[in-house]
Design a protein around this ligand. Structure first.
Ligand code: GLU
Length: 503
């Protein structure tokens, strides 16, 4: 690592005067690059910005940062918007909405031209005509002699005449920012005081590339200013860039917004989470049966930002409740550990919540009906509302996702057994039927005791009775124990299935 960010410095109160809120209401933005899928870290950034805005009646903006056209992935903006919508994160301004647009950076190129001219004029930026070849040689030499590879700022010293000549000759150029060596200390809303001297480790950075596209740093600063952004909440990987951004703000004579950086999300064992891991894509959570409110609560439970009463257990909050209770200073600066068990717990709670609501529970029933019909197409099924509802209620504290109920283990719940099974002792099953009809409680342990007694009093071996019952109830080899299966099917459905084979 070549750079050192000094954390927890005491910032003198006069270090930076932050942009004040004209309306008293914050304006924040989520500024993803359309380079692929929205992953868990991106969703967290969007969510915390959204909650911050919502908690203070502010505005949440979506801005697409596509200045690096080589990394752009087709369809990713649409996918991103879909994922945000799914998660319940609504933007008031963004592509197609709001008055500070366009909100896609590649549509703002003339704006960046206008603003780069200002920096060229006030002498804080300059044209650089160095060729890619020269820059590569500089890099190679630095690596060879174990120095930090950085641009040597040669074009800073070109005379006006030199510049004119090169421009007339049509020599391609980029525009660089003159870094100064004064340390820009700032108060990070999450990490506290931060200081870092950019010029120690970097040559003058490019603001505008030779193809007329701005770099991330330049476009980001210009847009945050023009869009009236008051607070920047973003991943900690950008913290190193903030001091550079502050220098650009100063070069324009603008007041910067306040900055807060969200810590890394890491695996449960503390190792680095890779974007490439499928399980961090929001789309995969959705496909795997995780509900949006469960994911949103999970993020806030692991990342902080709320008063947490130790031992109070997990309680799901609505988006409104989350916004009301959100406190930025409670966001933890420690890396957030992924905790799959906590996510599962949140999803279970969400299914419970939905089952209590008439409309939502019907949606769950429909969802399960569709899943079952798809999986067991062409088979004789029981997917009646009542049956599904009964099973869902039973399964509430046992399952994590609705999809669990269509695993092979639970096939017996939905597939009706054949009614023409010859080898069954119908007389015995008829007696058992009468016997079971009188049974008041239909829970697993009562059933087990009862079936044991029945096998003794009717002189039939218990395993034999169980085999027969399993055939009558499901006709399948897979599934839980017979008593558990009967409890799951419920009294009505169990007796009906036995009746179907004996009568
Ligand atoms: N475009 C950057 C990203 O992809 C945004 C960084 C920022 O929020 O300033 O994460």
């Amino acid at each position: 690592m070549w750079f050192t960010v000094i954390r927890n410095v005491i910032c003198p109160p006069s270090t930076i005067v932050y942009r004040t809120l004209k309306s008293g209401r914050p304006r924040v933005r989520f500024a993803p690059s359309p380079t692929g899928y929205l992953h868990l870290g991106g969703l967290r950034t969007a969510l915390y910005n959204y909650l911050f805005a919502k908690s203070r009646e502010g505005t949440f903006i979506l801005r697409i940062e596509d200045t690096d056209q080589t990394r752009k992935v087709d369809g990713s903006i649409e996918a991103l918007v879909k994922d945000l919508e799914w998660a319940g994160i609504e933007y008031e301004e963004g592509p197609g909405k709001g008055g500070c647009g366009p909100y896609v950076q590649s549509e703002r190129l003339d704006i960046y031209q206008e603003y780069i001219t200002k920096l060229l004029k006030n002498g804080t930026a300059y044209r650089c005509f160095c060729t890619e070849r020269r820059l590569n040689i500089l890099r190679r030499d630095a690596v060879k002699s174990q120095r930090v590879p950085k641009y040597d700022n040669r074009c800073r010293n070109l005379t006006n005449e030199d510049i004119k000549k090169k421009l007339t000759a049509g020599t391609p150029c980029c525009i660089r920012f003159k870094l100064t060596s004064d340390v820009q200390a700032f108060e990070d809303m999450i990490y506290g005081g931060i200081a870092y001297d950019v010029s120690l480790n970097e040559g003058d950075p490019v603001l505008m590339k030779s193809d007329g596209f701005p770099t991330y740093h330049f476009a980001n600063v210009v847009d945050d200013h023009l869009m009236g952004v008051t607070h920047v909440l973003r991943g900690v990987e950008w913290q190193i860039s903030t001091t550079k951004h502050l220098l650009i703000y100063r070069a324009f004579g603008w007041m910067p917004p306040q900055f807060g950086h969200l810590p890394l999300i890491v695996n449960s064992d503390g190792t680095k989470l890779s974007k490439r891991q499928c399980d961090v894509r929001v789309e995969d959570y959705r496909r795997n049966g995780i509900f949006p409110l469960a994911l949103v609560n999970y993020i806030t439970l692991s990342g902080g930002g709320f008063d947490h009463i130790p031992g109070a257990g997990v309680r799901l909050k609505t988006m409104d409740e989350l916004a009301q209770e959100f406190q930025i200073r409670k966001i933890s600066s420690h890396p957030t550990r992924n905790n799959p068990d906590l996510l599962e717990e949140c999803n279970r709670l969400e299914i419970k919540r939905q089952m209590k609501d008439e409309e939502l529970s019907q949606e769950l029933i429909n969802k399960l009906q569709n899943l079952i019909s798809q999986k067991y197409r062409g088979q004789n099924l029981n997917v009646s509302n009542d049956h599904i509802k009964g099973v869902l209620n039973w399964a509430l504290s046992r399952m994590t996702r609705i999809e669990d109920l269509v695993s092979n283990k639970f096939g017996f719940l939905w597939i009706l057994p054949a009614s023409d099974q010859q080898e069954l002792d119908k007389e015995l099953l008829e007696k058992l039927l009468i016997n079971l009809e009188s049974l008041e409680s239909f829970d697993q342990s009562t059933l087990k005791d009862h079936l044991k007694q029945f096998s003794q009093s009717h002189n039939v071996k218990f395993p034999q009775l169980m085999k027969m019952l399993r055939a009558a109830l499901s006709g399948l080899n897979e599934g839980p124990g017979v008593a558990e299966m009967m409890q799951l099917l419920g009294k009505g459905q169990s007796l009906e299935r036995i009746k179907a084979v004996v009568r």
